[in-house]
Design a protein around this ligand. Sequence first.
Ligand code: ATP
Ligand code: MG
Length: 402
Amino acid sequence: MNYDRIIIRYGEISTKGRNRKLFIDKLRRSIKPLLRNTPRAKIDASRDRMYILLNGENGSGIIEGLKGIFGIQSFSPAVKVDKDIEKMKEAALTLFQEVYEEGKTFKITGKRSDKTFELTSEDINQEFGAHLLQNIDNLKVNVKNPDINLLIEIRSDAAYLSCETIKGAGGLPVGSSGKAMLMLSGGIDSPVAGFLAMKRGLEIEAVHFYSPPFTSERSKQKVIDLTEKLANVSGYVDLHIVPFTEIQQIIQKQIPENYSMTTTRRMMLRITDEIRKRREGLAIITGESLGQVASQTLESMYAINDVTNTPIIRPLITVDKHDTIEIAKEIDTYDISIRPYDDCCTVFVPSSPKTKPKRDKVLHYESFFDFEPFIEKAVNETEIVRIRIGNENHNMSVDDLF
Ligand code: ATP
Ligand code: MG
């Protein structure tokens, strides 16, 4: 289609009165990386909608990308025309002929936001409908369920014509709700949790615990690939890779086996919380789902959560595994998550972890050892990698990244 711009309609912004500016800024930031291969395309934002002005660039790649951006209700490739009825008719006919095929039905949807314009919305429907019927043989109107809906919007600055309205991903622009740390394993659940949190406007930084040499470089690569999928939504995601071997070995020595899993999770949470503080985040996100495994019983969560007051967001807490897998497939993380490499928890996992650990007991077991210096050391030795949108990282080996 011969469109010169893409009209973007904001999502839930109407309920966000005072936050409008933040919402628009963050949406602009999410969209910007989509324009990296089309340098002449520009973003033009106003209070109630946004335009991508193509300036001669091909918009098809941008349109694909926009479908995954949070904060967009819908968008339409469109042309801008002077509010001159003859010019508008000419443009409507040209635009329509580009998408029309024999046998397709149509309707016109006129929208007059500029009330000074000489035709009402209904007049626009009549006048432009008649114009198309006169110029195209055998064309048929179908008001209820047309194949082509030609939208003609009269706004204060100009008229905008479009034949297609594409549904957006909804949600809030990434970053408009603040920043949180996502505890990202190589599993199925945590990338989905991160995605859902981003959909509600959270900017995320990922934290991954690994235990070389017990976990392989490939399991690290898996997490990098998962992070890249999340980066496709927001442009980039910072990934914190925490060396966890030493602490796991201490736990193995110091803590009775049936409580080692509980302590492991508590240490992970303490470290994540420390990284969060340094990065000025306000929450922690996990992929936990109630009752799924030993560490996710309510008793376990109570004993683990005890190490911090920081809000812990668990988008999957009530979601069935089956439904999580469906989302993982949709967001294209599933195939990465099922690659069969061990993560640090599966390597050290005890044969029979306590499913109902007691907080007092775990505190007692941990009281014989000062974990604090080791936590600090792990945080200080954490590597941070910025994972960017697209396939920029694909041809790099893990060694290039670290
Ligand atoms: P997932 O599919 O996300 O791995 P899971 O069902 O395997 O989840 P657990 O292994 O109990 O469940 O992990 C619960 C949560 O703890 C994960 O969703 C993730 O947020 C966090 N987590 C587990 N292992 C790691 C790790 N190695 N690094 C960072 N976070 C982790
Ligand atoms: Mg897991």
